[in-house]
Ligand binder design. Sequence first.
Ligand code: ADP
Ligand code: MG
Length: 436
Amino acid sequence: MGASSAQEIWEAALGELQVQVTRSYYRTWLEKTTGLSYEDNQFVIGVPNAFVAEYLNQNQRSLIEKTLIGLTRPDIKVLFRVASARETTASAPTARPKGEARYTFDSFVVSNSNRLAYAAALGAAEDPGRGYNPLFLYGGVGLGKTHLLHAVYHAARANNFRALYVSAEQFTNEFVSAIREKSTEEFRSKFRTVDILLIDDIQFISGKEQTEESFFHTFNELHNANRQIVMTSDCPPKSMPRLGARLCSRFEWGLVADIKPPDFDTRLSILQAKAEQEKTEVPLDVLEFIAQRIQQNIRELEGSLHRAIAYARLFRALLTPELAARALEDIAGKGPMSASLTPERVIKAVAQSFQLTPDDLKGRKRDRTTALARQLAMYLLKEGTSCSLAQIGLEFGKRDHSTVTHAVQKIAAEMDNDPYLRRKVFDIRQGISPAK
Ligand code: ADP
Ligand code: MG
């Protein structure tokens, strides 16, 4: 990936991380992060605030570095930095490297599941305020709502319209601070002076009375002036819990269009488009396999593709449906290595890399090298197999599980500080890759 930008690498890493942590965890800690820079062995990740920086630094540095190793280099070090608002919006689609946006109409695959939403969004971007107003798009998670909204933004700007994109959460936050700083007039004029207002995840404001009230006025002003409003939500207006009746009926004034989960052929087309975007050759049978496996969420579809690609790259293996299966299987929680990885294989590989024998590792020798090799083998077994701590202990001459826990923690901590050890782990992992 020589020339890839930090953001591109980070997006690939996020694809992988997404399948390694729970959805709510991902949303809370990782979703709003960006790849700011990648130079030498330092990878800087932009985070929304100091709290997230602190949290990720304390809890996820090693997982994140592990993930990045496969995409960058074995001695990669991450640094978390609070990104300025400009850097954050830059990663949301405005300014991609080489000025190329990711979420555009061109990169949106149209099918029966989203045709109406697509056509209406395109219409809004080309002729704002003249067609359906407001345009209300709804659908499940990861089905392309944000993508479409960004696409409207880019197309509208290209047509010289003033467009403003905000998440409903951002809208709410800005409103709250405007009240606190007594600058509500500024707040309102910011929204009043646009041709197209795009609000993502509008369900967020429902039930927040003051925000609803403020949005109600903004909505009326814009609508009266024939300015275009496009909103997205995870459900139709009527199903939004606690949404005030006035707003609910306004949301239905124009067009309410839904986006459904894509069918198989669409999923395949999307995967093909993504592989092409990444300039990565992925065999058709692999794409078919992934399209079959992931059905409900296009973000997961992409995440799985990223994961399969990263997995093949990590192990320098040919990307086949079998390898993809393994990459996705591990999502179920067996860790980044192969299911067929046996303790013997790991112990042998580690022993070899330290010029020791498997018996040395299983035995009682306690010199530094042997002890380190033993701990490393325990760590790799924990990481790469579904063996329990007790089982791992048994492999090493009936050591007990607390010894294994200690080893795993120690190696994880040392890997943070020791590039030599990271390199070693990387090499061993490669040696026991499923390709061999
Ligand atoms: P939502 O906002 O509905 O949760 P997103 O717009 O964030 O979903 O989409 C999730 C991912 O899936 C994005 O990377 C997006 O580019 C991709 N995606 C969704 N729908 C399509 C589509 N029809 N064509 C291409 N990519 C899509
Ligand atoms: Mg979204």
